[in-house]
Design a protein around this ligand. Structure first.
Ligand code: TXA
Ligand code: MG
Length: 349
């Protein structure tokens, strides 16, 4: 399949080509597109054949459900039998934006889209290009992150192209992605709302609207034997090819430990990499040292993480050490993704 590449930025989100891209979706085709979190791989959420194609294009197990993206609050009605009060409040506070809600699904949502579940994940993204594509495509776009299964979610169009060229009908290059980590997922189908995946909308932000919120215990404990409630959280995700270890402790001790470990790895002829912060990068002696941003500004760290994991692969780094980050607020999402990428290899010094 020839993949058409179209550049559309947020300052001019609805050029004439958008109508054609919408027709691709309506005809059962696939279009990758930018959102404020990561790039998505979109197809018609109400067409079971489109969802099957999404799974095939990503190489994703078909029991891992897709998020349905809408661009108009009234389109929520068709996806669920009844909208709980909690969902109305969260929509009011955080939509459009990087929040996904799990609700009981209506009969219009095919099981192929929800991985066989009787619940549906819904998100109203704030990215203008995403909104225009959803509207042009009929109002309901199922979209996982636009990476091959097991790779970091793409935050740059070049990585979408690398993973999906020839596997989708079109890719919209929308430039840089502002947030860089996938949306927060909150399950509203139980007695107490539960965070299934941490993201830019933090627990504190959700609690300010709904009161007490619980967190899926498997997010907090990497060795938990429980099954995560979001099926996708149980797959090994975001894995770079190199072996990644997270090192936590006082800055000086972390630097000393990593430099020793790097020098051992180099003696064993391994190409080494370090994920450092703007304040510490100069102190490392690895083959590749990447600045992830200022550790006091978690938004910078979030926005760079997936790009850096991809760059470590591009540069064939075999052994990677990363500094650790505070795990409150947005840090909860950063550490969740970083530790998953590391297969939960963490050392305290
Ligand atoms: O920011 C995002 O959410 C991005 C952009 C493209 O919007 N999308 C995204 O989709 O991250 P994906 O497919 O990579 O991750 C969706 C996660 C998976 O872990 C999946 O298991 C979970 O959402 N999920 C989807 N529907 C669910 C449901 N009904 N119940 C529980 N978890 C669900
Ligand atoms: Mg994903």
């Amino acid at each position: 399949m020839d993949t058409r590449i179209v550049r559309i930025y947020e300052d001019h989100p609805n050029p004439p080509e958008m109508a054609d891209l919408g027709i691709i979706i309506k005809d059962g085709g696939l279009v990758a597109f930018p959102t404020e979190t990561v790039y998505g791989l979109g197809g018609d959420a109400l067409n079971p054949e489109s969802s099957k194609k999404i799974y095939a294009a990503k190489g994703r197990p078909s029991d891992n459900p897709l998020i349905v993206h809408i661009a108009n609050l009234s389109n929520l009605d068709a996806l669920t039998e009844e909208i709980p009060e909690s969902a109305k409040k969260l929509a009011d506070a955080f939509w459009p934006g990087p929040l996904t809600m799990i609700l009981k699904k209506s009969a219009s949502v095919p099981k192929e889209t929800t991985g066989g579940l009787d619940t549906v994940a819904v998100r109203f993204p704030s990215h203008k290009v995403a909104q225009e594509l959803i509207k042009a495509g009929g109002g309901y776009i199922a979209a996982p992150s636009a990476n091959l299964s097991g790779k970091p979610s793409p935050t740059l169009a070049k990585y979408v192209l690398e993973d999906l060229n020839g596997r989708v009908d079109a890719i919209i290059d929308g430039g840089d992605i502002p947030i860089g980590l996938e949306s927060t997922i909150v399950d509203l189908t139980g007695d107490v709302p539960m965070i299934l995946r941490p993201g830019y909308i933090t627990k504190e932000m959700l609690e300010s609207v709904l009161g007490t919120i619980s967190t899926d215990p498997t997010i907090l404990d990497g060795n938990s034997k429980e099954r995560p409630k979001a099926p996708g959280m149980r797959y090994r995700h975001y894995a770079p090819k190199g072996e990644l270890t997270v090192v936590e402790g006082d800055s000086e001790a972390v630097i000393a430990y990593i430099n020793r470990a790097v020098s051992n790895a180099r003696e064993a002829d391994k190409k080494t990499g370090v994920i450092a912060t703007s304040g510490t990068a100069d102190f490392y002696s690895a083959d590749v040292v990447k600045k992830i941003g200022n550790r006091e500004v978690p938004e910078e760290v979030a926005a760079s993480l997936y790009r850096i994991l991809r760059e470590m692969d591009d540069e064939n780094v075999e052994v990677i050490y990363s500094e650790s980050f505070a795990d409150d607020g947005l840090g909860a999402a950063i550490m969740n993704r970083l530790l998953k990428a590391a297969g939960h290899r963490k050392i305290s010094v």
